[in-house]
Design a protein around this ligand. Structure first.
Ligand SMILES: Cc1cc2nc3c(=O)[nH]c(=O)nc-3n(C[C@H](O)[C@H](O)[C@H](O)COP(=O)(O)OP(=O)(O)OC[C@H]3O[C@@H](n4cnc5c(N)ncnc54)[C@H](O)[C@@H]3O)c2cc1C
Length: 264
């Protein structure tokens, strides 16, 4: 780890003021600290968001569940509000990593990091959520822009994510057994905005499987999802799975997610 300055501001304005120059926000540290320790990343200043109370918490606002950026995965998994309004999201959070990762990792950190195999990006895109920052709101469809990249500008602070409650939803991932990240994970929802199918782990960034969405709009059944064959072109290939395997798994995980959503 290279040396850096550390600051822990007490409010949002101070955090944004401190992020000038070569500086990074620190949330749960589950991705960033590891990258710093391995010298894959470096920064002159870490601005710890842990001392800003109003970045944490969950509230229901009409038909939306609004989750503060510094809310941990464990808090989302255990929230009665999330369990009632969007059980699929509580289950997604409860399936991230292990208990220690869930106690420390945050929703804001996860989506800012935009790991191609992370779970929350699938939930955000699959539910058509809205990302709130200190400057603006960003629709999920415009937020994830590539491998570890998002629409966030330098120094832009995620403050919360709001999720519209769907009629039906489920998230199913085929886990990489060591890390529990998604080898392929599929979030399916049916709601006011129609059917959405978001896939993580299969390409360089989370994406919507529009062919499966169209099939499910005609018939929201596991059979309809499974009948769709995705092209392996552009899919990830590594020592864990080939591109062809991942392409096949997208339809299989989508079918299982539809079955789980219909069974609630
Ligand atoms: C062993 C292990 C297993 C894991 N398994 C899974 C898994 O199964 N599924 C999964 O989805 N994830 C998994 N993760 C990742 C985990 O969910 C992390 O919590 C997450 O990726 C990063 O969240 P964080 O709060 O720790 O962010 P940090 O590591 O603190 O920050 C990550 C990045 O986000 C930026 N950032 C943080 N907060 C904000 C904000 N509010 N506004 C703007 N930028 C911000 C930081 O500057 C940094 O660039 C795993 C991690 C580990 C170590």
């Amino acid at each position: 780890m290279y040396s850096f300055d550390y600051q822990r501001p007490g409010d949002r304005a101070a955090a944004v003021a401190a992020i000038q120059g070569d500086a990074r926000f620190l949330a749960g540290g589950q991705s960033l600290v590891q990258a710093l320790k391995l010298r894959l990343s470096s920064t002159e200043r870490l601005v710890d968001l842990g001392g800003i109370p109003d970045l944490k918490g969950i509230r229901v606002d009409g038909g939306n569940v609004v989750i503060g950026a510094m809310t941990t995965h464990a808090a989302v998994a255990l929230s009665p509000d999330v369990q009632k309004a969007i059980p699929a999201l509580a289950e997604l959070a409860g399936g991230i990593g292990d208990q220690m990762v869930r106690n420390m990792g945050t929703i804001g950190g996860s989506i800012a990091n935009a790991d191609p195999a992370a779970c929350y990006p699938a939930g955000v895109l699959g539910l058509g959520a809205t990302v709130h920052t200190n400057k603006r709101t960003i629709a999920a469809d415009a937020f994830f822009t590539g491998l570890y990249t998002t629409a966030l500008a330098d120094g832009e602070l995620i403050t919360a994510v709001s999720f519209p409650a769907p009629q039906k939803a489920a998230y199913i991932k085929y886990k990489q057994p060591a890390s529990r990240f998604a080898l392929v994970g599929v979030f399916v929802s049916q709601g006011a905005g129609g059917v959405r199918v978001a896939v993580t782990g299969a390409k360089s960034a989370v994406f919507r499987a529009t062919e499966i969405e169209q099939a499910l709009a005609r018939s929201f059944t596991p059979e309809a999802a499974k009948a769709v064959s995705l092209s392996p072109a552009g899919m990830n290939a590594d020592l864990h799975a080939t591109a062809e395997y991942r392409a096949a798994m997208v339809s299989v995980m989508a079918a299982r997610a539809v079955a789980a959503a219909n069974a609630r």
